[in-house]
Design a protein around this ligand. Sequence first.
Ligand code: C2O
Ligand code: CU
Ligand code: CU
Length: 514
Amino acid sequence: MRVFKKPALILFLNTGFLALGLSGCSIVGDEPPRQPTPDFNPTLDVRLTAKQVTVPLFEGPLTDALTYDPEVLSGDATKVASLTDSYLGPIIRVRTGERLRVRLRNDLDEQTIIHWHGMRVPPEMDGHPRFAIEPGEEFAYEFVVRDRAATYWFHPHSHGNTATQVYRGLAGLLLVADDEEDAIGLPAGDCDLPIVIQDRLFDGSNQLVYSHTGMMMDGFLGDTILVNGQPDFQLSVATRAYRLRLLNGSNSRTYKLAWDDSSPLVAIATDGGLLERPVERDYVTLAPGERVDLWADFSKYALGTELTLRSLEFKGADFGMMMGGHGSVTGPANGTPMDIMRVRIDRQESENAAVPDTLSVASRPLVQDAVNALSPRTFSVSFLMHAMMGGQWGFDGRRFEMNGVREHEVIPFNTVEVWEIRNETSPVVMNHPIHIHGAQFQIIERSVSSTFAQGWNSINQGYVDDGWKDTFLLMPGERAKILIRFEDFTGQYLYHCHNLEHADSGMMRNLRVQ
Ligand code: C2O
Ligand code: CU
Ligand code: CU
């Protein structure tokens, strides 16, 4: 049912008119790559070369992978850190207000482009697939960091090969700091650790294997967990509090994260930064693209204690499972229990801090406006059956079009809106991590149809919907309402499924803010 009430209808007509007015200025994919602006004056100027590497992941043969090789051209070189013995990275640290220039050099043998996941950057800096550059080319990003302190990340975004490029190693972190975060004194330095979780599949000679069902219905699932690009990841910690910045950088796998001693997890931040106050969960659900920062206090453990961070079992999440068989050579289905990493408490430290009661005051400012909000703008996941090929995912019956924008995808600038996103594609239904570019939003309501309640109940207590989000999980049969406002730039952004195989096969659409 997509019934618009009166105010929404007026909006609909207005934006339709404006869309018509703009249709004369076509956006084409073959403009030359953007070059640096001489008077931009970056505080940090970095070249990232996307290229092939070989890394020592296991004993025996080296593993072929892709990486972003960083080179600091000007600014503080300590702000760009590579991870040792890993393809992953780099980690770029900036502060709100900084002027960042990144020159992406493409030394791959195919198109690529970088997207700054979660960042509010102008559309031409957002890594839309229409800006993809060819081998040998360079694209200059220049933007002022206007985002809150948070764990953002970056990855390829050219259409059709994002999944394989991320899979082979292209992903890094962009960690933003600001005064508000500094003021509360979170664990820093060696006690502020990125934990990037990815599942991979290797063959007998240590090479990455990429495969998924031909129909692209469930995406890629590996059987080996890498953390920060390394297998069998072990963390050695002291008896004190840490900030663990968790990112699910997997293509299709959702995790239900818990400690093996059943200690609760304390979340202090989500995709868009600090929560108002810490929240406790027995487990935390983390879908592809999502981040959560944990306050992990190891002071209660005796020296020598070993803990395991696990992904627990959950149900109703995977197409293969629903059809009663996986039918592909990928790893275990979504919802299969897996170990993520081990933590060993092996250093005594006498000083420690308690998690602050109040983390942020600016966390959910859109809530006030919700009361007056219009009837929701709806987006429905769709599954398009094809006789011979299975089917393909999309939104509202449409797949990705490079420049195509439908009327309900034209969004008024600087206006609070309620969106309802629905995952009701019965009989073929799967979980979809939904991601929106260009704005952080708040999740205000979730519900599930009774048919799918069992699966939902096996994972929904791990949602951390208390703060700013840019990506969230929609389980089978689930609907979510969000509050969103595009208050920074007009122009063309994207919304898509962050199951990267789904996105590559067309589960992505443009939004035009105007
Ligand atoms: Cu992390 Cu458009 O994606
Ligand atoms: Cu994004
Ligand atoms: Cu999807």
